[in-house]
Design a protein around this ligand. Structure first.
Ligand code: HEM
Length: 465
């Protein structure tokens, strides 16, 4: 073949060759994350979408199936300083001092319950747990679980307050549920899962589109952040370093630490304090609310568990079993993520720096090797004297995570849920209301939530019930 013919043929196919080269580079780019961990067993990723189709089709139910097929491991200066500062307020000695504040929030929330009425308990639980965090962590009374004002109440200020608190709750719920782990989240998040490079520019573009989920999420998060900034600024301005603080809460401990030396002041900048406060509000309220609602949902469905629980409450206070079994079946954070900050070996597999690792405590909690008949609600499996509990691996049940980043609010949350259970069941029992759906549907966000809420009928207890 002549040189001229070859060049002409090449010219003709230039576009095709270029397109093929670009296509190849795109595939290499998209596959790079999977290529780096190719030795780790797991499902084969589909071009462009990786494993997203599995998550979209099965939700979190996909994880037990993957664990079964591929084994237990399949394809994570400032934080530690901050953690050391606040850890003291989550010690049992300090938590005991929070009991009166928790109880007064619970009592106030309980005034919303009336014999024979239906209540959307999951909504009440969000208000309650947010109020408890407000009081215990920020020294602020949000007043969200105060009895609802009705249009008949002619006091203008009360109505304004009621409107403001319901807006706050709606924003708060929106912000804990908007980061979804399926295909119903914001467009930029979905596209970002396919092509991470596009996440930021697309989000910027969508912020300009009215009614887009991206715009709404950013607006609501901005509003909540501004409220938190306001609380932090007010507490900073009101602080008198010479006076000893009447009570110790999350914010007061951080503010006192700032006064110690210049480096801590620099570390705990006002911006960082606001982020921590916001994180605390989100981490501590939705999880506890979901767990408390789950206890009531499950106990209402199991009269034999209910009667044992009532016996314990009337005699010596509830044991941990009902709470643990509830968290095992309905885990608020069934997945925990880590990004490897350096090359690390996990379970015999070397993972490069920046690899995301997902752990699935929710899968462990349904493993029949540790929990026989895992779908049954059977609190007695947590009886410390029972064989099942004695034989079980100590890390088979880790709803609060494990290791240095384990949930800091674990004891706080257990105390709150237990106090609420005691208080509620001393006066009432609950049944599923006719509008409660069956089977139950969940929504998977940063925290699991009930898709349509927990709707219960309130029944006043009579003496000797
Ligand atoms: C039922 C209630 C709760 C559950 C199931 C829960 C669960 C978790 C889990 C699984 C983690 C991640 C642990 C890890 O990465 O290994 C976590 C972290 C965290 N939780 Fe909780 N949590 C609950 C209540 C609370 C409460 C009441 C607070 C605050 C008062 C709180 C504050 C935090 C914070 C600040 C972190 C981050 C800790 C760090 O990175 O150092 N949580 N929680």
């Amino acid at each position: 073949m002549e040189m001229g013919t070859v060049l002409r043929a090449m010219e003709e196919y230039t576009f095709t060759l270029l397109a093929m080269a670009v296509g190849f580079l795109v595939v290499v780019y998209l596959y790079e994350p999977y290529w780096k961990v190719r030795h780790v067993p797991g499902p084969v990723p589909v071009p462009l979408i990786g494993h997203l189709h599995l998550l979209a089709r099965h939700g979190l139910d996909i994880f037990p199936a993957l664990a079964k097929k591929h084994g237990p491991v399949f394809r994570d200066s400032r934080w530690s300083a901050m953690r050391n500062i606040i850890v003291s307020i989550y010690q049992p000695s300090h938590l005991a001092g929070l009991i009166p504040a928790m109880e007064s929030c619970i009592q106030r929330a309980a005034t919303n319950l009336n014999d024979g009425e239906e209540v959307s308990f999951s909504d009440l639980a969000v208000s309650l747990s947010t109020d408890v965090i407000g009081q215990a962590a920020f020294g602020t009374d949000f007043g969200l679980s105060s009895p609802k004002k009705t249009p008949g109440d002619d006091n203008n200020n009360d109505m304004k307050e009621a409107k403001a608190s319901s807006e706050f709750i709606n924003m708060h719920i929106h912000s804990t549920t908007s980061l979804k782990m399926d295909l119903s989240g914001s467009l930029s998040t979905i596209v970002g899962m396919f092509v991470p490079l596009l996440l930021k520019p697309l989000r910027q573009a969508l912020l300009k589109v009215p009614w887009s989920a991206d715009r709404e999420i950013t607006r609501v998060n901005g509003e909540l952040r501004r409220m938190m900034d306001g609380i932090v600024a007010a507490r900073m301005a009101a602080r008198d370093p010479a006076a000893s603080s009447p009570h110790k809460d999350f914010l007061s401990v951080l503010l006192a630490a700032r006064e110690k030396d210049a480096s801590t002041r620099e570390l705990l900048s006002p911006d960082y304090l606001s982020s921590l406060t916001y994180e605390h509000l989100l981490a501590g309220s939705a999880t506890t609310a979901f767990t408390l609602s789950s206890v009531l949902y499950l106990v209402s469905k199991h009269p034999e568990v209910e009667s044992k629980l009532l016996g314990e409450i009337d005699a010596f206070g509830p044991r941990d079993r009902v709470l643990k079994e509830t968290m095992r079946l309905f885990m608020a954070s069934p997945l925990v993520a880590r990004e490897a900050s350096e090359r690390v070996e996990v379970g015999g597999y070397v993972l490069p720096k920046a690899t995301w690792v997902w752990m699935a405590p929710g899968v462990l909690a349904k493993d029949p090797n540790h929990f026989p008949e895992p779908e049954l609600f059977r609190p007695e499996r947590f009886d410390p004297a029972g064989d099942e509990q004695k034989k079980r691996h100590p890390y088979a049940f880790i709803p609060f995570g494990l290791g240095p980043r384990v949930c800091i609010g674990q004891k706080f949350s257990n105390q709150e849920v237990k106090l609420a259970v005691i208080h509620l069941y001393q006066r009432y029992v609950f049944r599923h209301s006719p509008s409660m759906e069956s089977p139950l549907e969940f929504q998977f966000g940063i925290v699991v939530n009930f898709k349509h809420g927990v709707k219960l009928q309130v029944i006043k207890r009579h003496k000797n019930d």
